[in-house]
Write a protein of this length. Sequence first.
Lengths: 331, 331
Amino acid sequence: MNRIAVDGMGGDFAPYAAVDGAVQAANDFNLEVVIVGQENVIKRELQKHKVTGGKLFIQHAPEVVDMGESPVSAIKKKKNSSIAVGIDLLKQRDVNAFVSAGNTGAVVASASLRLGCLPGIKRPGIAISMPTVHGFSLIMDVGANIDPRPEHLFQYAIMSDIYARYFHKKKRPTIGLLNIGEEESKGTELLKETYKLLRDSELNFIGNIEGRDIFSGKVDCIICDGFVGNVVLKVIESIAETTIQVLKRELNKNLITRMGGLFLKVALSSWKKETDASELGGAPLLGVDGAIIISHGGATAKAIKNAIKTAGQAVDYEVNSHIVDEITKKE
Amino acid sequence: MNRIAVDGMGGDFAPYAAVDGAVQAANDFNLEVVIVGQENVIKRELQKHKVTGGKLFIQHAPEVVDMGESPVSAIKKKKNSSIAVGIDLLKQRDVNAFVSAGNTGAVVASASLRLGCLPGIKRPGIAISMPTVHGFSLIMDVGANIDPRPEHLFQYAIMSDIYARYFHKKKRPTIGLLNIGEEESKGTELLKETYKLLRDSELNFIGNIEGRDIFSGKVDCIICDGFVGNVVLKVIESIAETTIQVLKRELNKNLITRMGGLFLKVALSSWKKETDASELGGAPLLGVDGAIIISHGGATAKAIKNAIKTAGQAVDYEVNSHIVDEITKKE
């Protein structure tokens, strides 16, 4: 049975959402869950819940990394944070995976430092699943590595390919390089070099893609540096929020348009179900020697529960061994 | 009276949209319009329209730059394209401004080469007005300069400040640097250096902003490199299209949701009017020695008409002299 550690203190709604999600996961799935955090806080939170079976555990971690804290200072000063202790459990193989909705920079830095990279991998990256008109596309990297070399982006393509095969059930995922034009000669030196590596590989590389192709479902895996990926991700999140805000404002203007709002809600609910990001719960930090799922800071209990499920699947699918096999083959 | 040249052969709907827009501008506004392009093609197109007064002219240009053509090859091989001839009219001061919905890369390269930069300006950039929850924000650069130095971004902030003052009527526009976090220490070396230049300037710099702040209307001018700006712009365009596509699909599923679509149309029409991008018609290429407005490849006649109006305003507001004054002051 898989044993998954979850950061009980991480995220905007911690400890509430993290503990609630952990309890739901332990009750619903065939796995053990270890909540990492301040023991008294977690115990108090757990009293609100009904826990069945003996599948839920607490691992004490006295310190808490704040959401806005500098990752470098968090690593230096808080060696006993829920993030550090959770990742240590993973390093010692006391657990198979670690889930956190906490400070993303601190999770990435701690994991890189304490676990190191998988053999052959130069730098880890975060791969996020994005709803498109048709199912999901993967974007990698969305913030772990803001100044990558061509080799890093090439390895992100290899890791994305594997993740899309196992998680999105694509047989031979298409790979696109996010650029400002389709021609091979477009973009920065980084992208021109990466293009050559991808073109000469065995991956199903379809060439450069543009910002407008992200939602069309044209490509299964979108490769970019962590700076561009992070900006794009936040733009997309904010557009969703802005659209809802503008719709609400406009739809509330009079009775007729208010009725439109009700109809719209019905119309969109089925698409929302198909593409609800909280169904996946989080994004894997691929390339480190251990399974880590990073959830959104605003993760709900449902998102945490599903992130724990996703973590268990990453272990079952042996994503990391497949990555090592593929990287070793390339060298 | 201002005299504006418009590229009659540029854009996905050329010559139809360009000529139609030029005719409307000449009829409606107090300015002269010179359509640049293949004389027989433009003349044939003009026969469909009723032109009043003597305010519309044709300047023959035998060659056409294709939308997908490499800018470098277009400049080398097509010295008599509508883009080259239009920019030459501007250089010789036969016209006050040039408008094109053609190959953006070719317009930027031709303008840089033939007109050069304004005194003190190192590199030109494209500044686009983006609808937000409250009015417009400016994003600069969205594609002219994909590998800028800190000084370039700093000058983009100075130019954006001026443009936002005159075009968006902001008294003291706020300036934000697009980054992956708000702290001064965030981001690439380029951004850390640019941050210092902006912090120590007299501009109304509010610090780093994130992708999620673009639509909130939190900041009047958003400064970024042309690669990130271009990707973000295309992501935004595609989300608008995807949303409409998904809404149409979902709303057509049954009679009830189809009615929702009708209500929604009513609700959104007022916001659309406020923030319709075709009201501005195009984005200025700021920093070159001449007024140039770049329209979207898919520009309609209405967009071209309004781009011509915007070009006239850029001349009337003396945007370029204000830029030179400001840059000279800084040095």
